[in-house]
Structures are given as C-alpha cells and as structure tokens.
Design a protein around this ligand. Structure first.
Ligand SMILES: [Zn+2]
Length: 461
C-alpha cells in the first residue's frame, strides 16, 4: 500500500512535464491505470467497490437459491429504475434483509421480510424459475431479481464480527452466508418490483410499520437530487442495480428472431425463449431457428455499458482551462468538460481528440487517460482524460460551428476556476454566476485535478 500511495502523484507530475515523450508511453500507461484523482482505492461516486461480484456464481443456481433466501441477504428495491428511498432518513436507500436483526446499528430496519408470506412465496417461485430458466420468469406479478454480489473480506468485511449460519449459537447476531466453505459473505440483491404493485405496497407498509416511518417519506424516487445525495455505498449499490435493471427492462425481445427474452443467471444475461429447431448441423448439434441461440459464443444477450470520453483541457503551462456550456444547459450557466460517446473501432485517445475538435474547434493531440466513473444515466462509463493543448496561435482557437452542440466555450484562467471550486467567488469575481459540475461527477474531479496541478510549483515548465 505504501508504494501505491506514492505512485498517483508521480503520474501527475509525469503527465504534466514529460508526457509528450512518445518513448515513455509505457510509464504514461502505468500512470493512467493508477488513479490520481480518486485515491488509491480507485473509487468514484457511483463506482465504490462495495461487493465482490463473484460473477461466475450467477450461473450456479444452488448458490443463487441459497443466497436469495439467506437471513443476512440485503435487498434494495426499484420500481423500474427508480430506487425505494426514505427521504426523511439518514440512510436514504431502503435496504431490507430476510432475517431479523441482520443490519448494523446505524441501519434502521431490524425486522426481516421473510416473515411476510407473500415475500417468502415470491422468493420460492423466483428461485425455482431461475433454476429452470422458466419462460414465465417475467410473467405477471413476478419481480426481477438481480444478484449484485457478496460483501466479503476482499471488500473489507470483517467476517469474524459476524456469525455464519452454520454456527449453532447464532442467537440474534448478524450472520453471513458460507457457500461450500469457499465463498463467505453477505449477499446483495436488487429487486425490480414494477410488475407487482401489491408487493411494492407490502414492502412499504413493512418498512413504515417496523420503524414508525411516515409512509409519505417512502418513495420510489426519480430525482437526480436524491441519487446525488446518497452515501458512497448507497450510490454504488444504486448505480449497480439501476444499470442492470435498466438494461433488463429495455430489452424484452430477441435481436435475432423477435421472440421474448427472459433474464437468466440471476439477471446477468438475457436468453431467447424461442425453442423452435430446424434439424442438426454437420457436428450433430441441434440447430435453432433463432440465429442468436445458434451462435457458439454469444448465444445470449449481455448487459451493455456505453463508453463516454470526458476531458479536462488545459495548456502546457497549466494556466488555463477550456470549459464549455452545452446548449441544453445554457440557462444554468453550467460550464463543464468536453464529452461525447465513443464510436465503434475508435481508441479513447482518438475519440477524445475528435470530440474536442468537433465541439470546440480546438486541436489537442496530447491525451492522457486519468480515471473512470460509472454514470447510471442511463448506462455510461465515463472515461476521464486530460487533454493538453500546445498553444501556437492556431491549436487553441475556439470555433463552435462544427457540430453546434455548444452555446459557449472559453479558456478560463486557472485562478478563476479555483475560486469556483473553493466557493470563494462572489458577485464581483463571478458577475455572470458561472457554475461547475457537481462534486460527485468525474468532470469536477478532472477540473480540480488541473487546478491542483497548477498549484504545484514542480508541475510548471
Ligand atoms: Zn431469438
């Protein structure tokens, strides 16, 4: 840990002083992989590592059946992609367990939901449907369950502070799942209740009654204000569940044959339900009519993440920052980083260079990948970069006429941006009332990184 804690700072210095040297690209790459803006645990808002995804266990239906019914299992709930929150509480995201007294002291709901008959029945039905890959998995009142992962020692859980279910003297203490003596921890699930209003009401009533919470505070929120007010743990769990459930709910039909698809492997994949066959192939394998089912590898559909490049742009001396005002945010005066979707068969570096030129007309060839952040609106991975523009009378000239996405773009002095970051600006220093992106966004972290670099004398050429 000691060694790693020093490397991010070195990478910043490297980017600022020697990054133009092509022969050192290996070191540039190592600097890029290590994260100078989100600290050594690489966590960003929405991106904290809360669970070990143990993705290979999703297809183990015994594990899934055990974990979904375990006392310690944590559930978070959605109506489509809106999470159930308690807008009056310290802990915003409502999290429930099957068993009683499974959550830590700070977490308010102590009464388990396994006592609710309708929940117990739902778990049993879903568990057997998941095991059999039942075509009726998405019928009528069936919620969609998504296995998120195990909170285990790899993400900092202290197992010795809990008791395993095999422990005969478990009393009312918290427990953890022990699967085959190999995978031990607390399972997490996201559940989409949009198909079952009845179960939504049952869950909300349970939370309200067990905790004396006013029911009007328990809502499935569609407000980004709430999503940006979560704790880092809540933000990561929300983002993880939301992105998968969004993908599952948007994809109802097979891209190969148009038949219905169902979530299999506890929500990790979608499978076509078309069983129609047309004989055997030369290897004596059944040929399905559906081309997706016939594919040797991608015979299911996988979740998607859309890559977006986002860039803080500065000059070689680190005295200026180029920020832009999108037309759709023009009223808010929110000046942000250049950003855009990556295209197929494009490197991050080329996409970044292209986006900067298309939006601002500025020519920037020195691109460094800095860090990444999941952004669940709806399913993006933000790839944060630093672009350094060599001023020569041409490169830095702003021209908004190419793709016409921006209402404005300007080179700001770093000193001014620093006052916006520190909140020390006022009517005199910021007469236009310009704003920066929210602190939870990678855009803010990237802009702050440039300002921080400018403050370090060793970074100036
Ligand atoms: Zn199909």
């Amino acid at each position: 840990m000691g060694v790693f804690s020093k490397i991010p700072r070195l990478s910043i210095r490297f980017q600022s002083s020697i990054s133009k040297s092509k022969q050192d690209s290996y070191y540039k790459m190592s600097g890029n992989v290590l994260n100078p803006i989100h600290g050594q645990d690489h966590s960003s808002y929405f991106g904290a590592e809360i669970v070990n995804r143990v993705s290979f266990l999703r297809e183990d239906s015994d594990f899934i059946s055990n974990s979904v019914a375990h006392d310690s299992t944590r559930f978070i709930f959605f109506d489509k992609t809106n999470p159930l929150i308690n807008k009056g509480g310290d802990q915003k995201l409502v999290m429930l367990t099957n068993g009683d007294h499974q959550l830590g002291a700070k977490e308010s709901v102590k009464k388990g939901i396994f006592s609710l008959e309708s929940w117990r029945k739902t778990i049993e039905d879903w568990s057997s449907g998941n095991k059999d890959q039942d075509p009726g998995l998405r019928d009528n009142n069936m919620p969609t369950f998504l296995f998120l992962g195990l909170e285990d020692e790899s993400v900092g859980l202290n197992l010795s502070s809990l008791k395993s279910v095999e422990d005969p003297d478990n009393g009312s203490e918290e427990k953890y799942l022990d699967y085959q003596g190999r995978y031990q921890g607390i399972p997490y699930y996201a559940v989409d209740l949009s198909q079952s209003t009845e179960l939504q009401n049952t869950i909300i009533n349970h939370v309200a009654e067990s905790n004396g919470i006013d029911k009007s505070n328990l809502i499935f929120s569609h407000s980004r204000k709430h999503y940006l007010g979560f704790s880092p743990k809540e933000a990561a769990l929300y983002s993880h569940g939301k992105m998968f459930l969004d993908w599952l709910s948007r994809n109802r039909f097979c891209p190969g044959c148009g038949s219905r698809v169902i979530p299999i492997h506890a929500g990790g994949k979608l499978r076509c339900t078309n069983e129609e066959t047309e004989g055997m192939n030369e290897n004596d394998e059944i040929q399905y009519v559906c081309p997706v089912r016939n594919a040797t590898v991608s015979n299911v559909s996988f979740p998607r993440t859309d890559a977006v490049v986002i860039t803080a742009i500065t000059n070689t001396e680190r005295t200026k920052v180029l920020l832009s005002l999108a037309k759709r945010y023009a009223d808010t005066k929110l000046y942000a980083c250049t950003a855009g979707f990556m295209e197929p068969s494009e490197t991050v570096e080329v996409a970044t260079k292209r986006e900067i030129w298309e939006e601002t007309g500025v020519v920037c060839s020195d691109i460094n990948i800095v860090s990444t952040q999941p952004w669940p609106f709806p399913g993006n991975l933000m790839i944060g970069c630093l672009g350094v523009v060599e001023f020569n009378g041409v490169n830095e000239v702003i021209h908004l006429g190419h793709d016409r996405e921006l209402a404005d773009a300007r080179w700001f002095d770093v000193g001014f941006i620093k006052t916006l970051i520190n909140g020390t600006n006022d009517q005199t220093t910021n007469p236009e009332g310009l704003l920066l992106p929210s602190k939870e966004s990678i855009a803010f972290s990237l802009i702050k990184m440039v300002v921080d670099q400018a403050s370090e004398p060793s970074n100036k050429l």
